[in-house]
Design a protein around this ligand. Structure first.
Ligand code: ZN
Length: 161
């Protein structure tokens, strides 16, 4: 089994058995994301105390990639402080767009180097990095992350448009 198959397995597993898929009535932060390209709808629920993400969950519906990404995202940010969760959002977004949202500049090589080092921290989230080959699926993979980021910034709604 090569790495691509393994990553496929991870996505399928999270798609079929999503982790932390539940509403959270006692949340401190919540935001909804909508991806009109695919019809994915994801609501991200967070409980933040003393600057730490104590609980993270999601609800909603959509394609396997959007669900798997939301599932992995909630696991990835659990127990992290808010700054670390935001940083992971940047690393993940960078990785799935291949740095597409960063402007080319003199520091490009440096940024790339840092991001490559940080890739290891993505762990099984690396399974989603392959979507960068399919531009119309990138929004599926990043939707839950944008919602998480909006929730932390206390913006209730986000769309990938
Ligand atoms: Zn989708």
């Amino acid at each position: 089994m090569d790495l691509t198959d393994l990553y496929q397995e991870v996505i399928l597993d999270h798609g079929k058995n999503p982790r932390n898929r539940r509403e959270m009535p006692d949340h401190t932060h919540v935001a909804e994301g909508y991806n009109p390209m695919c019809g994915d709808q994801i609501k991200v629920w967070l409980k933040v105390r003393a600057d730490v993400v104590e609980d993270a969950s999601f609800s909603g519906q959509g394609c396997a990639i959007s669900q798997a990404s939301a599932s992995m995202m909630t696991q990835a940010i659990l127990g992290k402080d808010v700054a670390a969760a935001s940083e992971l959002f940047d690393v993940f977004r960078w990785s799935v767009t291949d740095g597409g949202q960063f402007e080319e500049c003199d520091h490009d090589a440096e940024v790339r180097h840092e991001a490559t080092e940080m890739d290891e921290r993505l762990g099984e989230l690396n399974s989603l990095v392959g979507v960068k080959k399919y531009p119309n699926r990138i929004k599926c993979a990043t939707l839950a992350w944008h919602a998480m980021h909006s929730a932390l910034e206390e913006k209730a709604k986000v769309t990938t448009e």
